[in-house]
Design a protein around this ligand. Structure first.
Ligand code: UFG
Length: 333
């Protein structure tokens, strides 16, 4: 298939680009490189994917790419994704995530491209009332970021009714790890995610880890999350693409392992892998962090045939370590 990966130069996007290229799909990446890396696209695709620098919200550009490259399906990873920042600067999130997606979908409707896989998030649920969280759980996002992801899911339903655009939204829980060769991985600036921060501390690039909150109602008082290997997420995208070929409608699936690990458990596991102590200090809660976020991914297993192949936390952290220790400063461009 001919796939346009919007935001394909980012962390999850680049891992999906690799799987698509490995599966002999033709891949075009559209990315404005505001947070993504040209080197990630080159490395992920081993030079096979075309990278076009531009905005998802540039409807004329997107329509032109869809037509000229004869694109069959779109994968949409591009978004601003910092929960804290989304509360300080909602305008950036509504514009960047929601407005750009309106333009992207309009371009698809005009060009007659009728399939899209969208990167959604566990953030659509807000504070869970039930664990593990099923897809039909109440959606009550506690951040602007989560609201924008939920708004786009609603938008996709509307574009299906009006324009016949079929979609699958994939609600990622905590994406982590890196592809085995360690040549592509997570490189955010600023980095806010737990596993990269822990590993950068082990490398001496950060002073210490701050443990955000030790008084949560969890077994050791720290937050519990469902860490899912980025290559398993990538597999789900390919399964979604396949399903869209035969399925109509706009649907959504959780992607997680169904197992939760606390901040302290992640830290201990990382210390075992890097074989050295990692400096950490207890700190205040980070506003907006739910105590526990764990996915039920039964629906994805049943309907997409998705089964995480790299579910162990040790493996996830070891694969992230291979990347961070090989490229402590991340990508060079
Ligand atoms: N944490 C620390 N110290 C740090 C960084 C994180 O203690 O320096 C803790 C957080 O408080 C949280 C856990 O580690 O309890 C995981 O935090 P991350 O920032 O790695 O991930 P989140 O669970 O906050 O975020 C993820 C996704 C978001 C998504 C969110 C809610 O990265 O995109 O889940 O679904 F919005």
């Amino acid at each position: 298939m001919r796939v346009l990966a919007v935001g394909g130069a980012g962390y999850v996007g680049s891992h999906v680009v690799r799987k698509l290229c490995d599966g002999h799909h033709h891949v075009v990446v559209l990315d404005n490189l505001s947070t993504g890396h040209a080197q990630a696209v080159r490395a992920a695709s081993r030079g096979a994917a075309e990278l076009i620098q531009g905005d998802a919200g540039d409807q004329t550009l997107v329509e032109d790419i869809l037509r000229s490259r004869k694109i069959d399906a779109v994968m949409h990873f591009a978004a601003a994704s910092l929960v804290g920042e989304s509360m300080q600067n909602p305008s950036k999130y509504w514009r960047n995530n929601v407005s750009c997606t309106v333009e992207l979908l309009d371009a698809m409707a005009r060009a007659g491209v009728d399939r899209i896989v969208f990167s959604s998030s566990a953030a659509v649920y807000g504070e869970p009332r039930q664990t593990p969280i099923p897809e039909d759980h109440l959606k009550s996002p506690t951040s602007t970021y989560g609201m924008t992801k939920l708004a786009i899911e609603h938008m996709l339903a509307g574009y299906h009714s009006a324009h016949g655009i079929k979609s699958i939204s994939l609600r990622y829980f905590n994406a982590a790890g890196a592809d085995a060769p360690g040549d592509i991985g997570e490189d955010h600036d600023p980095e806010t995610h737990l596993i990269p921060i822990v590993l950068k501390t082990a490398l001496g690039l950060r002073h210490r880890l701050s443990i955000f909150g030790t008084d949560y109602p969890t077994p050791d008082g720290t937050c519990v999350r469902d860490y899912v290997h980025v290559c398993d997420l990538a597999d789900a995208h390919l399964a979604a693409l396949e399903r869209l070929a035969g399925q109509d409608g706009a649907s959504a699936y959780n992607l997680g392992n169904g197992a939760g690990f606390s901040v302290r458990e992640v830290l201990r596991c990382a210390e075992k892998i890097v074989d050295r102590p990692i400096a950490a200090a207890e700190d205040q809660r980070r506003p907006g962090d739910p105590a526990v976020l764990v996915a039920s991914s039964k629906l994805a297993q049943r309907e997409l045939g998705w089964k995480p192949a790299q579910a162990s936390l040790e493996h996830i952290i070891a694969s992230a370590w291979a990347w961070h220790s090989a490229a402590p400063d991340g990508y060079s461009e």
